[in-house]
Write a protein that binds this ligand. Structure first.
Ligand SMILES: [Zn+2]
Length: 352
């Protein structure tokens, strides 16, 4: 019976190595009938939450899951991998949109009211859950409270704070942390080469799948120049307005995440050198750093007190949240306001 079956093996989703254990625990809970009917996988972007949710969905629909994975050989696996399993629904923004609309949720509600066609679990996967607009979230509430027979709802979100509290409270939230640096590097290195792996992982603030996506990013290629702008402002070699213009050539939503990471790292370095007076940095060997950017962040840390670096980081984070919620400010002014904090000027008490 093994003959031929391997040729038809469906390419099932495998979770990232750091999610194998959480996955096994979820399947154990399912086997014991204790799996919550609504799970919210939350955590930083690019750590593999969606893969985990997909792998779990496939394993729940599989007739013979083994070793913490779907088997890839049964009818359930072939249908779920092909996207045609009648007991599996995926909700994602339609092409060209970044929101999940109420009509899509209505289709899900119909699905929720039916019974399983294959007699096993039924699964709905909603990602990114923060893409549900307000009316879509409201429409989903009742199903989260009383899902149909055997229905498991899997929600995936980088920004769970954008979900209605009533949505969050009806799900069991699983916060998935960043993987340990060594595990992330071991996964990344064969795909990017050893030289790039650490730089990419540092640039992605420890999120391995995001790191992989950065290989072709403009800002990543220009990162020395961009981080150098922070140092130039701190040293008085460039005005916040001049540096803001350079930074504004990048997508501000991307740049906000990058700047936040740099400022937060510089704040740590500044605090370490204030405390110990030693070289700093040696105290946290677990942190993966980018050899091209790290010296610049050290220089920044030597120029700006940690409290100011943190204030700037906080402001950038607020701005990022507003940008992700759809705000569309003047890019140069936005960057300038962030940079002004480095020289001790908090220019914006309002909005950004
Ligand atoms: Zn299977």
């Amino acid at each position: 019976m093994a003959v031929g079956s391997s040729a038809k093996r469906a390419p099932i989703q495998v979770p990232c190595p750091w999610h194998r254990e959480p996955m096994q625990r979820l399947l154990d809970q399912h086997a014991q009938g204790r799996l919550p009917h609504a799970l919210l996988f939350a955590g930083a972007a690019g750590i593999g939450k969606f893969r985990l949710a997909q792998a779990l969905a496939q394993a729940l629909l599989c007739e013979r899951p083994a070793a913490g994975l779907a088997c890839g050989e049964c009818d359930g696996c072939h249908l779920s991998v092909a996207g045609t399993h009648p007991d599996f629904q995926t909700l994602a923004p339609e092409p060209g949109s970044n929101t999940i609309k109420i009509d899509q949720v209505r289709r899900l509600l119909e699905f929720a009211g039916r019974t399983a066609q294959y007699g096993g679990a039924r699964v709905a996967l909603i990602a990114p859950a923060e893409g549900l607009n307000r009316s879509a979230q409201n429409a989903l509430l009742k199903t989260l409270e009383e899902p149909g027979e055997g229905l498991v709802l899997l929600l995936v979100s980088d920004q769970p704070s954008l979900l209605l509290p009533t949505i969050r409270s009806r799900c069991q939230q699983r916060h998935l942390p960043l993987p340990p640096g060594d595990q992330a590097l071991a996964w990344l290195t064969p795909q990017t080469g050893e030289r790039e792996a650490a730089a990419l992982l540092a640039a992605a603030q420890g999120a391995p799948l995001r790191a992989l996506g950065l290989q072709d990013a403009d800002w990543f290629a220009a990162r020395e120049q961009l981080a150098g702008q922070l140092v130039a402002v701190a040293r008085g070699r460039a005005s916040p307005a001049q540096a803001g213009q350079v930074l504004a050539r990048q997508d501000p939503r991307v740049m906000a995440g990058v700047l936040y990471g740099w400022l937060a790292r510089a704040a740590v370095l500044a605090a370490l050198s204030e405390e110990g007076g030693e070289e700093g940095g040696e105290a946290d060997p677990a942190t993966v750093t980018d050899p091209k950017v790290e010296p610049l962040l050290r220089e920044l840390a030597g120029q700006v007190p940690p409290i100011r670096l943190l204030a700037a980081a906080r402001r950038v984070m607020e701005g990022r949240r507003q940008l992700l919620a759809g705000a569309n400010p003047n890019k140069e002014l936005l960057m300038e306001q962030w940079l002004l904090i480095l020289v001790g000027v908090d220019a914006s008490a309002s909005g950004f």
